[in-house]
Design a protein around this ligand. Structure first.
Ligand SMILES: CNC(=O)NC(=N)Nc1ccccc1
Length: 304
């Protein structure tokens, strides 16, 4: 099973390669492409917190000086990490208002952040230079809906142009079913990983499991996946990596997480994909009594 973690929005965060040294991390979601194109031909915007040098491409909010990221992606790949580019995020200015816009956005992301293709280098920027991400994550927290399936299917058609390489699509729905933002996409396009945010939403959270309310709904999410375009998608338990990483009351200590993970890993061995954490810097600063980061504590639980 895998441990996925978000990086890019942490307070005073360290650069990506710092986290790629941590052997407990398998998948790293770079957050975020947080501004969506207003129309076909318009460029999206990005934000990676304290990283990059503040410069953007002309007439856009797309960062162009992310030297730490373009220097560090090769280090992370060398360490065997899967690097996903995350679209959306909590503060994103996001909406897709047409199929054409969804196709344009997918093409822009592919030619700008996917495998370098000489035929497109003058039409599209390369914010991470020649580095290619391993896939795209959808952290759509509002204004979701029909066109995400179009966008993801377009990305998948680009993936198929590189049959000898593997690219992934993932999503981070809230735990309430159906998730307003992503349920349409999950039904109508192929996801490899779904990491449900089992926090910040009462009535279905990991906290509900600990309290014994019976409303923690991992099992129902397995049913959603079985009815989706990819019935074999891997389902991850999304958790806050520290008290301050989520709204009050949703953080679980490693001692509280262990029985939850053991229960659902055994109940759903085919669908249980692992744990997702929000987010890397909070995990880093949240050490257990024996000095493990929260992510390391989670990895120990996954392999216990
Ligand atoms: C996968 N995306 C998130 O986990 N976003 C997230 N945690 N946003 C947030 C919401 C409320 C308080 C802090 C962070």
């Amino acid at each position: 099973t895998n441990l996925a973690i978000y990086w890019g929005q942490g307070p005073n965060q360290q650069r990506l390669s710092h986290f790629c040294q941590e052997t407990s991390l398998d998948i790293i979601n770079l957050g975020f492409i947080n501004i969506f194109p207003n129309a076909v031909g318009d460029w999206p915007g990005s934000n990676f917190g304290n990283q990059c040098d503040g410069n953007v491409y002309p007439n856009s909010e797309l960062l162009r000086g992310c030297h730490q990221i373009w220097e560090d992606i090769p280090v992370c790949k060398e360490m065997g990490k899967t690097i996903m580019l995350s679209i959306g995020g909590e503060t994103a200015w996001e909406y897709l208002s047409s199929e054409l816009q969804a196709v344009w956005f997918a093409d822009f992301l592919w030619y700008s952040f996917g495998p370098q293709n000489e035929a497109y280098t003058d039409a599209y920027p390369r914010p991470f230079l020649t580095n290619s991400v391993d896939g795209f994550d959808f952290d759509i927290e509002h204004d979701g809906g029909a066109f995400y399936a179009v966008m993801i299917n377009r990305l998948r058609s680009h993936f198929s142009e590189y049959p000898d390489q593997t690219f992934y699509i993932s999503g981070a729905p809230q735990c309430q079913i159906p998730d307003t933002q992503l349920s349409n996409a999950i039904s109508n396009s192929f996801f490899d990983f779904i990491w449900v945010q089992f926090y910040n939403t009462a009535g279905c959270s990991a906290r509900d499991f600990v309290e014994g309310t019976g409303s923690f709904n991992f099992g129902n999410w397995v049913d959603v996946i079985k009815a989706s375009s990819n019935p074999k998608a891997k389902l991850f338990i999304g958790l806050p990596a520290a008290e301050a990483a989520a709204n009050a009351g949703y953080y679980l200590t490693p001692t509280e997480v262990a029985p939850l993970v053991e229960t659902y890993m055994e109940l759903y061995p085919k669908h249980f994909g692992g744990i997702m954490l929000w987010e890397a810097t909070y995990s880093e600063n949240n050490l257990s009594p024996d000095g493990l980061t929260y992510a390391e504590s989670m990895k120990e639980i996954l392999y216990s």
